[in-house]
Design a binder for this molecule. Structure first.
Ligand SMILES: [Mn+2]
Length: 442
């Protein structure tokens, strides 16, 4: 598919940092299988983010073996050149391309894996590898280690017998973004801004949810993005109360709010943005109250972001603000502190306030450190996404609030002295959103 990494400087830096961090250990990564969509056609292939991070290799049937303490630390097993197959599925970099353009010190056709792996693993005590993702590879690895152990009896060497999850070292690196990675994410968010604002501009009663989704996909692709980093959520009215609604097949109704959660993927990094707006361009007073409650929580949670705080403090700020609003608006009754203590707010806000963001929309990286939440560091990128979701059939709340689902999500970079909201310029105030809705129609 691709003849070279899209951002070679990024993967080179990533690989160098990882090889340094591995020390005497070896690491093994396996490309996921190509998944069938229907009969003999496949889903668009998406490489594992670990492999993309380290070398930018996009194609299936690939294994990456890293042996930092050897003379040839980066070993790739790849699809060999095959002119007949390439007519159908595109040019393959092949063994030579792996060495020339993807940083391999040594490369073999993937069919050589079982033959080469035993001696390549010899002498490494610890192997970073994720079991249970690919049973065929698990078995091939165990067989290879057994072979290494047998043949090593003569020279006193053996294969690895300690296995380390990639979360221990690689995912900690992925959690802290380099300035070059941050630049790519900035661009992904900039394209996402265009998509959301164009979707706002084309919104009117009778427009279908899928038409907004199509506009968003069009903007992502036409600005060079891979596409959506995850299935776009476009939910009008009560559909917005379904958190992962991706059916997107209903018409938008006059008087409803539409909630859109969509992020552009660019160079394997994705944005993750949610906005909500009134279908007819004007919030009802009740919708505006809910919107401003979510907006206040979004801003309160973003305000606490800085290095040195615990990750949970973001969620705590969001829950505090949302719960105060829920009581003030009459959605909940009782004492705010008590409602927080017994998690009564979960009736209308049932998810976390965010997650790590990067190559995966729910990116790798730990949320805990020992017995408490992890401490934020510069270079971490996370989402802040409070919401309020009130089912249309919920008779426990005043009628005017029923059938409203609103989430506001921004992408936050932790900086040396605070935070930078990468999505700060995507329309979010009531005035900006109302001005944009339907603006391309007039
Ligand atoms: Mn999110």
């Amino acid at each position: 598919m691709s003849q070279a990494p899209q951002f070679p400087h990024i993967v080179q830096d990533n690989m160098k940092a990882y090889l340094d961090a591995l020390g005497d250990d070896a690491a093994l990564f396996v490309a996921p299988h190509h998944a069938t969509r229907s009969n003999d056609t496949e889903y668009t292939y998406r490489q594992s983010s670990d492999i993309l991070y380290l070398c930018g290799w996009m194609d299936p049937e690939m294994v990456l073996l890293l042996r930092p303490k050897s003379e040839k630390p980066v070993v790739m097993f790849v699809q060999p050149k095959d002119p007949k197959r390439e007519i159908w599925t595109g040019i393959r970099p092949g063994v030579e391309g792996a060495k020339q353009d993807f940083g391999a010190d040594e490369a073999y056709p993937i069919s050589d894996l079982a033959k080469q792996l035993p001696h390549l693993l010899m002498g490494f005590e610890r192997l970073h590898y994720q079991f249970a993702e690919n049973p065929t590879m698990d078995k091939l690895l165990m067989n290879s280690i057994q072979k290494a152990n047998r043949s090593g009896r003569k020279n006193g060497l053996s294969g690895p017998d300690v296995f380390v999850h990639p979360a221990k070292v690689l995912h900690r690196l992925r959690q802290i973004k380099s300035s070059a990675e941050i630049e790519v994410m900035r661009k992904a968010v900039a394209i996402t801004k265009k998509a959301h604002e164009e979707a706002m501009a084309m919104t009117a009663p009778g427009v279908f949810e899928y038409q907004l989704e199509a506009k968003i996909s069009y903007v992502f692709r036409s600005h060079g993005g891979t596409g959506a980093g995850y299935a776009s959520i476009v939910g009008g009215g009560n559909n917005a109360v379904i958190l992962h609604y991706v059916t997107n097949d209903q018409p938008l109704r006059d008087g409803d709010v539409v909630c859109v959660d969509a992020g552009c993927e660019l160079g394997s990094y994705t944005g993750d943005i949610t906005r909500a707006w009134p279908v007819n361009g004007k919030f009802t007073p009740a919708q505006r109250e809910i919107y401003e409650a979510v907006l206040a929580a979004n801003e309160a949670a973003i305000q606490v972001c800085r290095p040195g705080i615990r990750y949970r403090e973001i969620h705590e700020a969001s829950v505090q603000s949302l719960t105060e609003s829920m009581v003030r608006l009459g959605l909940l009754e009782g004492d705010v502190d008590e409602i927080i203590a017994n998690e009564g707010y979960k009736k209308f806000f049932m998810h976390g306030t965010g997650h790590w963001l990067g190559m995966d929309v729910h990116d790798v990286g730990s949320y805990v450190d020992g017995t408490d939440a992890i401490v934020l560091e510069p270079g971490m990128i996370l989402t802040v996404e409070p919401g309020i979701y009130i089912d249309v059939a919920d008779e426990s709340v005043p009628e005017q609030y029923r059938g409203i689902g609103i989430r506001l999500e921004d992408d936050i970079l932790i900086t040396a002295d605070g935070y930078e909201n990468l999505s700060a310029d995507i329309a979010k105030s009531v005035e900006d959103v109302e001005r944009l809705v339907g603006s391309h129609l007039s």
